[in-house]
Design a protein around this ligand. Structure first.
Ligand code: SF4
Length: 83
């Protein structure tokens, strides 16, 4: 059974460096109005905090973009963790 995880993007902390861009098309698209990333399929690019849930097929790529981000504005939370 697939595990579920939550990706949170703190857009107000993003500096638009595009270090994540090579992998980000799984999760992000570039907002043409300001050239900063936004989460795909997210309602409004004006949100400062964007959160979306995924299953683990792409968790490796998600963890890579978390590592790449120089300001730590992408977070991953395991929703199946039972503590
Ligand atoms: S790596 Fe981080 S700071 Fe740079 S564009 Fe991506 S989300 Fe923004």
């Amino acid at each position: 059974m697939s595990k579920k995880y939550r990706l949170t993007f703190l857009r107000d902390e993003c500096i638009g460096c595009c270090a994540c861009c090579s992998l980000s098309d799984l999760f992000f698209k570039i907002n043409e109005e300001d050239d900063f990333p936004i989460l795909k399929d997210f309602g409004s690019y004006k949100n400062e905090k964007m959160t979306k849930d995924y299953f683990d097929e792409n968790i490796k790529s998600a963890l890579e973009i978390v590592e790449m981000c120089p300001v730590g504005c992408i977070k991953i939370e395991n929703l199946d963790k039972k503590d």
